[in-house]
Ligand binder design. Structure first.
Ligand code: FES
Length: 480
């Protein structure tokens, strides 16, 4: 059995092809190498928390590594244990036991394994769980099997909310989603609801009733929500894989390590922004840049003024998409803003750096066949902004907005008719990244989010145009 040693973290969701076991992550130094049947040693993972389901796909297709050696604890990669792939974390050696009535054995063993692999000495009770990996597009048949199996043997002990699904549960036909996909997608949601989940179907659970307090321990998947919970709310969570979040919802506890501990939350990277950073797109590009430069950093950002909650949401989503950034600080804005650690690195970001990100994430100059806004999901204020900018205009191509049911319920009455008049469509429960857009016939998608731009290309196989909202509106709509 040969060892394959990776020199950079891997994005499990879109960096490995489960059909071949080969690394496909653009720019990865070991791109093209096969992990199938090998002992895989890696420094950790980056990107989406949904990647945990890739282990089930690899097993199903016979392309899984024979074992994984992790250089530092990483909950998403440790989830490979649930799929039967042994994981060892270098240097970790505790052995805490989880003594809970009624928790299925495989869940208990997995959490104990994660605890010992991460050096945790005890477990923390969590107040809520947020589960990623809901879309049939991302978790596939292997994920559906896992969730239906869990629903037969377990139920949730703590409030658990859900990430977006692969379609609007009521209007999937309007999105061009095939019937077979819809049937399986509904089964995934049904299995989770049977276990006790609240079907919020959004990556902004904090806008849908799951709002942790400062200092509270939670267990959240969905990397953009993790960054928001840690950074903006001051709650404590690691970047949890979808599989792990299900296990934590069943047990009501999580091993106490990583960002649950105060000492790991201090900045080790100072980012000085001399660039003019304003609006959703720029903030997402800044996060994306820092995540690519330093995937596991705890950055403190200076020079940003007073960003809005929506801008902070985009900043976190960008850093979590290109890297694994799970907490950041903005002095005077986010609640912790602790002092940087001794020897913290420094980086300065200028306008050209952000222009470069925009250029590198735009893969084509062709006209889009779809404009898609809302990954992360739009807040009510952001939808109002789009509706106002679209007044008196008419979309030249399908123009889709994505949000949660909770956010849509807060909209004033005039908004949805105004969007329809402009030829725009508001969908809930899903977004362009986790919906099967290619199957629905799309090839070129324009968006205003760095996170969406990355995954539309690597996961969706689509050409992408990345530009701020005002440019998308001026280029792809015309006066009505
Ligand atoms: Fe959150 Fe796309 S994953 S909306």
């Amino acid at each position: 059995m040969t060892e394959l040693r990776l020199t950079a973290p891997l994005s499990w969701l879109d960096g490995v092809d489960p059909r071949t076991g080969r690394i496909t992550q653009p720019d990865h130094p070991q791109r093209g190498e096969s992990i199938a049947g090998r002992i895989l040693r890696l420094p950790g993972s980056v990107g989406s928390t949904v990647g945990a389901y890739t282990f089930f796909k690899l097993r199903r297709m016979g392309t899984a590594p024979s074992a994984i050696v992790l250089e530092r604890p990483d909950s998403i990669t440790v989830s490979a244990e649930m799929a039967g792939i042994p994981v060892k974390v270098l240097g970790a050696q505790t052995n805490p036991e989880l003594d809970l009535e009624g928790v299925p054995d495989r869940v208990r063993r997995f959490l104990e394994r994660e605890a010992s692999a991460s050096g945790a000495e005890e477990f923390a009770r969590v107040r809520s769980v947020h589960i990623s990996g809901i879309s049939y597009w991302t978790i596939g048949e292997a994920g559906l099997d896992f969730l239906e199996g869990m629903a037969r043997e377990a139920s949730f002990r703590v409030p658990a909310t859900l990430n977006p699904a692969g379609m609007d549960l009521s209007r999937w036909a309007d999105m061009g989603v095939p019937e077979g996909f819809a049937e399986r997608q509904l089964r995934i949601v049904e299995a989770l609801v049977r276990m006790g989940a609240i079907p919020t179907l959004t990556c902004t659970p904090y806008l849908a009733g799951n709002l942790p307090r400062f200092g509270e321990h939670v267990c959240w998947g969905e990397s953009s929500a993790v960054a928001f919970a840690n950074s903006v709310l001051g709650a404590r969570t690691n970047r949890e894989g979808g599989v792990k979040a299900v296990a934590a919802a069943v047990a009501g506890v999580t091993p106490l390590y990583g960002l649950h501990l105060r000492e790991n939350r201090s900045p080790d990277l100072e980012v000085e922004a001399t660039a003019r950073v304003s609006g959703r797109t720029r903030f997402s590009e800044l996060g994306y840049l820092v995540g690519s430069l330093s995937p596991s950093a705890v950055p403190v950002y200076r020079g940003l003024g007073s960003p809005s909650a929506d801008e902070l949401k985009s900043l976190g989503a960008g850093g979590a998409a290109s890297g694994g950034i799970s907490i950041f600080h903005v002095p005077g804005v986010t609640p912790e803003s602790p002092r940087p650690r001794e020897g913290a690195d420094r980086v300065t970001v200028v306008d050209d750096d952000l222009d470069d990100v925009e250029e590198s994430l735009s893969t084509t100059g062709s006209e889009p066949d779809l404009v898609a806004i809302g990954c992360p999901h739009l807040s009510p204020l952001e939808i109002l902004e789009v509706a106002t900018l679209l007044e008196g205009r008419r979309a030249a191509v399908p123009f889709w907005l994505f949000t949660s049911r909770a956010a849509r319920a807060q909209l004033p009455n005039w908004v949805e008719p105004a969007l329809r008049r402009a030829g725009a469509d508001l969908f809930v429960d899903t977004c362009m990244v986790v919906a099967p857009l290619r199957e629905a016939g799309h090839r070129v998608v324009a968006t205003d989010s760095a996170k969406a731009a990355k995954y539309l290309r690597t996961l969706g196989g689509l050409e992408v145009v990345l530009a701020p909202l005002d440019r998308l509106i001026s280029e792809y709509t015309s006066p009505a």
